[in-house]
Write a protein that binds this ligand. Structure first.
Ligand SMILES: [Zn+2]
Length: 242
């Protein structure tokens, strides 16, 4: 945390639209409190979430996805969105990929990292989303290499809101909830933009996110919430619980 209490927050997603769909409301909350939020996607998500681009060339898909993701980020007040190009479906945690992700963490030096995905440690399921969650855990940001400053974030928070894992037992264990009642409109707007959906799809998308956000919100007594698994990787001493 900086002297004035502002945080530097790094948000990691498997595909460019994932941060918006899974933790978009939380991103806007951090921006609104004056935190510096940086997004990074591990892939261009060429193979998924891109139905509207079927038949286009790979370079055209990447260009459009990048443009839409930057527009969506701006809706949440984020200007720094970094694209890694590990290749999706499958995303694979090679040594090189883990080192590259670790170097992003070293470059950004975030106080906290938000993973848009839960790692699904027990089963290895979850496709690119589970792999991305596992990569956030494994990325060696503590390397001392070529003069880069090593860095360990204070905390990694894992998002549980993954539509694909709604039937997995892990969906039931979130223990930290961010109240997104005042940012859910921005989240929905960012999702519509990043997926490049026509306006006629708004009622359906609105319904999905208000349904999920409302379900999580009800469990903690607010209107809409995004759920997280709080950090367990590092033991730490605190003055009080926060
Ligand atoms: Zn995705």
């Amino acid at each position: 945390m900086t002297e004035d209490g502002r945080l530097k927050v790094l948000v990691v997603g498997a595909h460019p639209s994932d941060p918006f769909a899974n933790v978009g409301g939380t991103i806007a909350k951090h921006v609104n409190r004056g935190d510096e939020v940086i997004l990074v996607t591990l892939t261009y998500g060429v193979e998924v979430h891109t139905e509207y681009l079927i038949g286009k060339s790979e370079s055209e898909i990447k260009r459009t996805v990048h443009e839409k993701a930057m527009e969506a980020a701006a809706i949440l007040g984020v200007v720094d969105y970094r694209f890694l190009d590990f290749g999706d479906t499958p995303l694979v945690a090679t040594r090189d990929n883990l080192i590259q992700l670790g170097e992003v963490i070293q470059d950004v030096q975030p106080n906290i990292v938000i993973s848009s995905h839960v790692p699904l440690r027990e089963t290895g399921l979850g496709g690119d989303h589970g792999e991305a969650g596992r990569m956030v855990e494994k990325a060696p940001s503590w390397r001392q290499h070529f003069g880069r400053k090593s860095h360990r974030p204070k905390a990694i928070y894992f998002s549980i809101t993954d539509i694909a894992t709604v039937n997995h037992p892990i969906y039931r264990i979130p223990d930290t909830f961010v109240d997104i009642t005042d940012t859910i409109d921005q989240k929905i707007d960012a999702c519509m933009t990043s997926w490049n959906l026509p306006l006629e799809d708004l009622p359906r998308i609105d319904n999905v996110f208000r349904g999920m956000g409302g379900e999580h919100g009800r469990s903690v007594g607010v209107k809409y919430a995004e759920p997280f698994e709080s950090p367990w990787l590092h033991r730490r001493a605190v003055e009080h619980l926060e």
